[in-house]
Design a protein around this ligand. Sequence first.
Ligand code: DQB
Ligand code: GRF
Length: 216
Amino acid sequence: MRRIKVGVLASGRGSNLQALIDASRDGKIDADIAIVISDRADAVALACARDAGVDARYVDPRRKGARLAEESESEIIRLLDEAGVDLVALAGFMRILSPRLVRHFSGRILNIHPSLLPSFPGLHVQKKALEYGVKYSGCTVHFVDEGVDTGPIVVQAAVPVIEGDTAELLSKRILKEEHRIYAEAVQLFAQGRLRVEGRAVHVLPERRSDAGSDQL
Ligand code: DQB
Ligand code: GRF
């Protein structure tokens, strides 16, 4: 089975990155993390990458706010292309990607979001879910399109909201599912089993593995 190369963009703690690194090392996904890029030099995610022997790069965002400067995005595109990545995985990356970057990797960027989209797009969504009073929340892996948290949904998992919940407790409960479904989604992509039809992502059945043959 061919292994795909994944480039991860992360701004923070890097627990989803770590889950993908672990899944790769444990043979649970046919994917290698080829490069990790952050817009924050002090991101724990970069340290996680270095500890795992993964190429870890800081790219100066060259501005404050929700988006990167154009040159910074060009640098990210160049690094991902040089690393030869088949898939880009956002893992707590806090900058919105421009249409140019999204088109460059069209259909090859995934994001993990801590709510059941299309409910609660944006930021601080666990707090918003509690305030709204939903009884279930969860997480969503979706393809990244030119909108924010609007792309076709690949995998979701629901978790219950429990009486007396806090944003912190709910976040922890959701995070555990994030780590599981992100690896699952990357594996489906690696196996070539995702077909996007409009908004819907269809998951094709697993092909019978045929050890000893590279064909079919
Ligand atoms: C995100 C990081 C930040 C936000 C959302 C997702 C956010 O709402 N920031 C406040 C500024 C709002 C604004 O200026 O509009 N991380 N790029 C594309 N599409 C996505 C998702 C993330 C990061 C980059 C996407 C993304 O769905 N084009 C996830
Ligand atoms: C996660 O909750 C993820 O869903 C959201 O940002 C957080 C990143 O956490 N997009 P980590 O850096 O992977 O630990």
